[in-house]
Design a protein around this ligand. Structure first.
Ligand SMILES: [Zn+2]
Length: 152
């Protein structure tokens, strides 16, 4: 596997891979539980669903949404052994060792980090000025404020 940044840049040039983004809900979740927890989840998913020599349901084991890790797996072509072989020449039919798993998790986390700092995908972000003039909805920020108080 190339360096993480090289891999991410290459993925960004794929119309399909670059069409995946964390939803606002995913981003709120990452903020709430923290990157360490998300990394642990990613490591678990990769170990159980991608690393075995013959992962159960291979090719369809990664849902399109439901956890930031799943979105990251599709965006990073780490969703199944077919995509992994095509993008990173990791041979199918052989279990992924610890180091390979760690590289994948590092890539997924780098993707998630990038997604966490990009501007919101909402309409408000696209024409923010107009929304402000009209005194548009402000409830959105209120929701985030509440969550900040509940750190586990
Ligand atoms: Zn795949």
């Amino acid at each position: 596997m190339a360096s993480i940044n090289e891999a991410l840049d290459r993925l960004e040039r794929s119309a399909f891979r670059s069409s995946f983004h964390l939803s606002e809900c995913d981003r709120a979740y990452v903020k709430r539980v923290g990157m360490d927890t998300v990394r642990r989840h990613c490591a678990d998913f990769i170990r159980t669903r991608l690393a075995p020599a013959e992962p159960p349901n291979d090719g369809r084991q990664t849902p399109m949404r439901g956890h930031p890790c799943f979105v990251a797996q599709h965006a990073c072509a780490c969703c199944c052994r077919g995509c992994l072989e095509k993008w990173y020449r990791v041979k199918k039919g052989r279990a992924l060792d610890e180091e390979q798993q760690k590289k994948i998790v590092d890539l997924l986390m780098a993707y998630i980090e990038r997604e966490m700092v990009r501007p919101a995908l909402s309409k408000k972000a696209k024409n923010g000025e107009k929304a402000e003039e009209k005194g548009g909805k402000r409830n959105v920020s209120g929701a985030t404020e509440k969550k900040q108080g509940v750190k586990p």
